[in-house]
Design a protein around this ligand. Structure first.
Ligand SMILES: [Zn+2]
Length: 318
């Protein structure tokens, strides 16, 4: 579960706190005692997850991430790419002064050189070609060649979602926290697949499909604010969760939405239920992650210790 090699002052405090709690246990009532245990365990968990080892994984391909070590600075460095602000997180021993920029590389973007700006200075990195697998699906014809009213609706929904993907909300915390799975289940369609619907090439698969029965509970993979919900033509019942600094999770095809815009969620909080609404061939959760308006592979954000071996194999296909 937790890494045992990381030792921080917070861990020590948590340990001491637990010992103090043990001494008090004789006199405290059980309800209060349980609450103290949860508090102690929570602070222990947080002190582990802020360690540098669990930053998102770099992958310099379309749909991947570029990480830049920005060194030590008293204030958060200002980083942009193509006019879009870039996420920066503090790492290290908890002093919050060593910065890393995390840049999303859009799945649909071409390989080649990228330039980002760090406090006014240009820095470049190279994105290499990646051959994602192909997937051929048969779906209802209305979802392949939508009517004009449907196209109008799709356009309006697309603009509403884009407004969220291009947003950049500030976060109180500067520390990165790796994500947990929103549901558990087999990966029924990995990120990045080149898709053909009824033989026609369409956009590549910009999220991760996790198969589960209709009604399976979906939880927030990380803390965030619900910024948009709706019943969309392709995505069905959808929830957009803003994790801060341009990092957005989108959950699609829900049978039931149990949150509303403005709700503040912590990792593990309930969002809704798995379904097959919108363009779906069966019940599953489609999970998109967007960073600086780039659709990127959700697997790169998951806590490596929570990645099952089978799921690794699914995404390592050519
Ligand atoms: Zn999907």
């Amino acid at each position: 579960m937790h890494k045992t090699t990381v030792k921080t002052p917070q861990n020590t405090e948590a340990g001491t706190f637990t010992q103090r709690f043990r001494a008090k246990r004789l006199v405290a009532n059980q309800l209060m005692a349980n609450r103290l245990v949860i508090t102690a365990l929570t602070s222990l968990f947080l002190s582990f997850t802020v360690s540098a080892e669990v930053l998102p994984q770099q992958q310099l391909i379309p749909g991947g991430l570029a990480l830049f070590d920005l060194g030590t600075a008293a204030t958060r460095p200002k980083v942009d790419i193509k006019g879009q602000p870039v996420m920066t997180v503090a790492t290290g021993n908890g002093t919050g002064q060593h910065w890393t920029a995390i840049v999303g590389i859009d799945l649909k973007s071409a390989p080649g050189k990228r330039t980002l700006t760090i406090d006014g200075q240009a820095r470049t990195f190279s994105v290499t070609k990646h051959n994602y697998a192909e997937q051929h699906l048969t779906v209802q014809n209305k979802h392949v060649n939508p009517s004009q009213p449907a196209l109008d609706r799709i356009g309006a929904e697309s603009r509403a979602m884009k407004a969220v993907f291009t947003s950049f909300s500030s976060t109180a915390s500067t520390q990165w926290q790796p994500m947990i799975w929103p549901i558990t289940g087999p990966i029924s369609s990995p990120f990045g697949l080149q898709r053909f619907f009824n033989g026609q090439r369409r956009n590549p698969h910009s999220g991760l499909d996790i198969a589960a029965a209709t009604g399976t509970a979906i939880v927030a993979p990380a803390h965030g604010t619900v910024v948009q919900t709706g019943d969309y033509y392709f995505n069905g019942n959808t929830v957009l969760l803003d994790h801060g600094q341009g990092l957005i999770s989108m959950f699609c095809h829900l049978s039931q939405i149990d949150v509303q815009p403005g709700d503040q969620l912590q990792a593990g909080d309930h969002i809704g239920l798995v379904g097959a609404t919108g363009r779906a061939t069966g019940p599953h959760l489609h999970w998109t992650i967007s960073l600086n308006n780039a659709r990127v592979n959700p697997m790169l954000f998951l806590d490596p210790q929570l990645l099952p071996e089978a799921n690794h194999e699914e995404t390592s296909q050519p």
